[in-house]
Design a protein around this ligand. Structure first.
Ligand code: FE
Length: 185
């Protein structure tokens, strides 16, 4: 029954096509990992609640460039940010919600023109998501508390992790002299 076989094949191909379409739609929608089991800690070690705001609220409280980078996954130009060459000791917090994200103790000179770290201050404080924009496969780094885009992480960093968290200055604030209770390292 060649006709029946051809019909079956056609139905199977249509099913596959529909499945691919559905997957495409999923990648276009912003979907973040479930953070309900995570604990967010302030510099003093107090527990912080997740932050959820509408894009209108973010737009009202952030400067234009910070909004573009944090909420639209933009990238500041290399060597233009305020922290790529900052050598002071302290803690870098999310410019959107204040969550401690990186310590100066894990900052290193990458030569890229963006602040670079080999580890976050607490693994629970960052979200890592696959980013396939611009035809590249990269791992996006977001603040887990507010979902603010921070940058990307690459596997060409120094020991001990071999990772390079390449972060936008405008996504960060800096608390000079601060150390995080319970933070790494
Ligand atoms: Fe945040």
């Amino acid at each position: 029954m060649p006709f029946k076989n051809a019909a079956c094949l056609l139905i199977a191909m249509l099913g596959l096509w529909a499945c691919n379409q559905a997957q495409d739609n999923t990648t276009q929608t912003e979907q973040h990992e479930d953070i309900s089991g995570r604990t967010f800690l302030s510099l003093k070690g107090d527990t912080l609640a997740p932050v959820q705001k509408s894009e209108e609220e973010w737009k009202a409280e952030l400067e234009d460039q910070a909004f573009h980078v944090l909420r639209e996954a933009g990238t500041e130009r290399a060597f233009t940010g305020k922290y790529w060459d900052n050598k002071k000791e302290g803690v870098y917090t999310c410019a959107g919600c204040g969550l401690p994200l990186f310590s100066s103790k894990t900052k290193f000179k990458s030569g890229t023109g963006w602040p670079s770290f080999w580890d976050p201050i607490r693994p629970e404080h960052v979200l890592l998501e696959t980013d396939s924009s611009y035809g590249m496969s990269r791992t996006e780094v977001l603040c887990a508390r507010c979902g603010g885009h921070q940058g990307h992480v690459f596997d060409d960093g120094p020991p001990p992790t071999g990772l390079r968290y390449c972060i936008n200055s405008v996504s960060l604030d800096f608390v000079e002299g601060a150390e995080m209770k319970g933070g790494k390292p």
